[in-house]
Design a protein. Structure first.
Length: 259
C-alpha cells in the first residue's frame, strides 16, 4: 500500500503552551486509523495542522510524499485531504444537492472568463458536477432529499450529508472530527457501518477523532492515543484497551464499558 500521509514529529505551540508535542503519524492507502484521548489532548489541533489551518511550530506534514507545511487549506483540499468538523458546518439554507455541488467546485476546471460569459467549458463542467453530485447522493442513499434544505434534515442525515460533501472533493484521505457527536445509539450504529463502507467503496484512507469507544474499537485498525499533546500509545484496538497508560489517562478501569 502506498503512503498517503506522514507527519514527522509535528509540534504546535501557543505561547508557552504545547498543544501537540512531536506527533508522528503514518497512514497508508485504505488505512482506517483513530486518534483518541481526553478533551484538550491535542486531537483537533493535530487535524488543523494536517489540513493547513495551523502551521506546525516544528516538524513536517507530507501528503503523498509532498511537503505541505504552509500550504493553504483550499489547496490542501485540492491535493486530496477532506475533513468534517465536530460541529456540523453545512450550508444550511441551501439544498442538499447544492451542498454537494459547491464542494465539487474545489476541483473547478474553468476560469473567471468562462463563468462570466457562460462558455461551453463552463456549461460542460457544470453539467459534469451536477451528474456527479446526483450520483454521490444516490451512493449515500440521499437521492430523495436532493431538493430539501440542509437545515431541515434529521441530525444523523446532516452528518451523512457532511461526509458526502467531503467526498465530492475526491480525497485520498478523509478526516472525521468526532462524527458520532450528538448521535443517538441507532444513528451511531449506522455511522459505524457507513465509515467502513466508505473506506471499502472509495478505496481511501480515513483518520478519525472520536470519543465513542465502541465505534473506535469496532472500525479502527490502528489507534493513536494522545494525552496533554503527547503520544502515550499506538496499537491495535485490543492493545489499546489493555494498555495501562491508556486506561489510567483515558479509558478508566472499566475500559470501553466506561464510555
Amino acid at each position: 500500500m502506498s503512503q498517503v500521509l506522514k507527519t514527522d514529529a509535528i509540534t504546535m505551540q501557543f505561547g508557552g503552551l504545547t498543544a501537540v508535542d512531536s506527533l508522528s503519524l503514518e497512514i497508508n492507502q485504505n488505512d482506517l486509523i483513530g486518534i483518541i484521548g481526553p478533551n484538550g489532548a491535542g486531537k483537533t489541533t493535530a487535524f488543523n495542522m494536517i489540513t493547513g489551518h495551523y502551521l506546525p511550530t516544528k516538524g513536517n506534514v507530507f501528503l503523498n510524499n509532498e511537503k505541505i507545511n504552509g500550504v493553504r487549506p483550499a489547496v490542501i483540499t485540492q491535493k486530496g485531504i477532506a475533513r468534517t468538523f465536530q460541529n456540523i458546518r453545512l450550508f444550511k439554507d441551501l439544498t442538499v444537492l447544492d451542498n454537494i455541488r459547491i464542494a465539487a467546485h474545489s476541483r473547478c476546471e474553468y476560469g473567471f472568463f468562462d463563468s462570466i460569459f457562460r462558455t461551453k467549458k463552463f456549461k460542460d463542467y457544470e453539467r459534469k458536477i451536477e451528474e456527479e453530485a446526483i450520483s454521490l447522493l444516490s451512493i449515500f442513499k440521499m437521492q430523495g432529499y436532493s431538493d430539501h434544505l440542509a437545515k431541515n434534515l434529521p441530525y444523523g442525515m446532516q452528518r451523512r450529508l457532511e461526509i458526502a460533501r467531503a467526498m465530492a472533493t475526491k480525497p485520498s484521505l478523509l478526516l472525521l472530527d468526532e462524527p458520532a457527536a450528538g448521535m443517538n445509539p441507532n444513528e451511531t450504529i449506522e455511522l459505524t457501518k457507513l465509515i467502513r463502507w466508505i473506506r471499502d467503496e472509495f478505496k481511501l484512507a480515513i483518520l478519525l477523532i472520536e470519543h465513542d469507544m465502541r465505534l473506535v474499537m469496532e472500525v479502527c485498525e490502528k489507534i493513536y492515543v494522545l494525552d496533554y499533546g503527547k503520544t502515550i500509545a499506538v496499537g491495535t484496538p485490543s492493545e489499546i484497551q489493555n494498555n495501562p497508560k491508556v486506561i489510567e489517562a483515558y479509558l478508566g478501569s472499566e475500559g470501553v464499558e466506561n464510555e
